[in-house]
Write a protein of this length. Sequence first.
Length: 333
Amino acid sequence: MKRPDYFLVSLSGKVYLDLCIKHGLAGFPGSSNGIWTFYDIREGDYISFLYGAKVYNLYEVIEKRALADAEKVPPWPPLVFTSGLSYWFPFRLRLRPLREILEPLVRAEFAYVAENLLLRGGYRRTHFQADQTTLQYVSQMGHPAAALPTLLEGRFRTYTPNFLRGVEPNGPSEFPFSEKMLQAAVRHVFSRDEGLSTLSILLGGTCSAWRELEALGEKALPQGHVDILLKEARPIGGSRQVPVEVKLGKGEERHVQQVRAYMDELGSECDGGLLIASGFARKALQAASTLGVTPVLYSAGVDLTTPRSFDEITIAIKLQRTDGTTQGTSAVP
């Protein structure tokens, strides 16, 4: 059983915000960012809406659906870009209202997300993950939700998106298995009950004193954007952290150096750093040994030249610490 995560979902206009609140829905466009967000957030997670530097309400995600013919399904108008491209919203979350909140993002309680925004120079993201401490604060803000959402009437066709690698997708239900999708899958692996033991095996026991693991996506640091930040969920007396860089292809020397820069930025409370890739250049392995970065091989565990669901891929992924030989310590989620 996983611990629920908490996200702020950013909206592009007031009309979208009003319709999301009215119908208890969140929707994401049929783009690479949209499907990444759809799978990064899971049923049982919690979200708030982010618009105009304000945080709106707290919801539990109770159902996820990918809708066919989304252009025919209310409630949102299409998102139209200056290039002329239009996006509808096939990827949807049904939400249970928990608390009514209207708070400025500049509150100290939202510092984790605000720092991300500041270092990124603005939104430019569909969603931001916050930590468990933020969720605890938000759960005490505002007041319990009183109004129930207006449910949409009608029967809507759904489908299961599939992913491939190295093969051209065939039709609107197939997507390339991108690096962002791999990042989401690896984050889910570390979010499981056995995620802490997986991390401990990969790092050779250096995090054995951790009580509980929290896996956060894309944390912004002055040195760059960490793909995944592993940290103690409820730190007491200290805040141990491990940055993780994820590469769909081969890990290179520059990637090792980037992880080392993250480790240096995190300072004395950093318990190591992981570079996860499908393989490693010889110079990358040499640099990893010198700089104290742990190289980790991932294998998809399924044939990605045929369509696979995200759940199939996530369940099958295997991680293995490597020193460049065929031997290593496996961590099988």
